[in-house]
Design a protein around this ligand. Structure first.
Ligand code: UDP
Length: 324
């Protein structure tokens, strides 16, 4: 399949691109390199530097790539930043994403796969979370993703664009070649690894007074290669709609810290800090639908395996992609 990967120079985009190429597909990466890295683009892929904001440039890129499938990873991803600068999120994650939807429709693609998020749910009452749970995002990041899901549903209904929205829970881990290198880093596992390597003086736990067994937030960490597999299955499937992707098991912030300590083989300083605004106490996926409908069969489920892959990537790439 010819696949157009918007945001293929970012973390999940680069790992998915590697996976698609390994499976014999042809990939064009389209990325503005605002947060992505040129060195993260697999050399086997074609690369076009561009921003979704520029609809004409995007249409030309698609004329060139002639994709059968499109994957949309090119969004802003920080909950905390979205609480400070909501319009930045609505501009890129909604307005610019509409351009991708337009170009995909104009090019008659067979499927658009969209990186959505567990943040579309907000505070849910039932765990694990099923797709039918009410959607009430508690931050602009989650709201922006939900808005685009709804836009895709209308575009499908009225213009026939097939799509699958994949609601990831917490993407984590690395391949041997590609891993997580955000500037600034805000995600838990890479930050703990920095603390373990002495690159920061401590890891801060954002809140220890949540209604969870150890008081820290619970998340469902899912290996990036398992996400990659789901993207390919979604491109190949006729299913239209949204699916959760997670392990169904939750780990607390403290449990993740303990796992990094085990993998690193040594202790490091841990501090307790105030809650981070916009954080739900608990996000755990019910991914039964993805398993049934897509035949998704995640391979790297346990937290230690996930953390070890992130640790190994960081040991091999201590400066990340070294381009900032
Ligand atoms: N977290 C933390 N300290 C940090 C970074 C994150 O305690 O330095 C917590 C955060 O409050 C959340 C969990 O770790 O409960 C996962 O956060 P992350 O930003 O990795 O992903 P999110 O769940 O926001 O997508």
């Amino acid at each position: 399949m010819r696949i157009f990967v918007a945001g293929g120079a970012g973390y999940i985009g680069s790992c998915t691109t590697e996976y698609l190429l390994d499976q014999g597909h042809q990939v064009t990466v389209f990325d503005a390199l605002l947060n992505g890295h040129r060195a993260a683009v697999d050399p086997r892929a074609d690369f076009i530097q561009g921003n979704l904001e520029d609809l004409d440039g995007l249409q030309r890129a698609m004329d060139q790539a002639r994709p059968e499938g499109v994957i949309h990873f090119a969004a802003f991803i920080e909950v905390g930043e979205s609480m400070k600068d909501p319009l930045k999120y609505f501009n890129n994650n909604v307005a610019n994403a509409i351009h991708l939807c337009q170009a995909a429709t104009d090019h008659n693609v067979h499927k658009l796969v969209f990186s959505s998020t567990a943040a579309v749910y907000g505070m849910t009452e039932h765990f694990p979370i099923r797709e039918e749970e009410p959607k009430s995002p508690i931050n602009p990041y989650g709201e922006s993703k939900l808005m685009f899901e709804r836009i895709l549903a209308w575009q499908h209904q009225l213009k026939g664009l097939p799509y699958t929205a994949l609601r990831y829970f917490n993407a984590a881990g690395a391949t041997r070649l590609h891993g997580e290198d955000h500037h600034p880093e805000t995600h838990l596992i890479p930050l703990i690894i920095q603390a373990a390597r002495g690159e920061r003086k401590a890891i801060s736990i954002f809140g220890e007074d949540y209604d969870t067994p150890d008081g820290t937030c619970i998340r469902d960490y899912i290996h990036v290669l398992d996400l990659a597999q789901a993207h390919l299955l979604a491109l190949q499937s006729d299913f239209v709609g949204a699916l959760n992707l997670g392990t169904g098991g939750g780990s607390s912030v403290r449990q993740v810290i303990d796992t990094v300590k085990k993998v690193a083989g040594h202790d490091f300083p841990v501090e307790v800090a105030p809650r981070r605004p916009g954080d739900p106490a608990r996000l755990i996926a019910d991914s039964t639908a993805a398993r049934k409908i897509l035949g998704w069969n995640p391979q790297y489920q346990d937290l230690e395996t996930i953390v070890r892959s992130a640790w190994d990537w960081k040991q091999a790439h201590p400066l990340g992609y070294n381009d900032r």
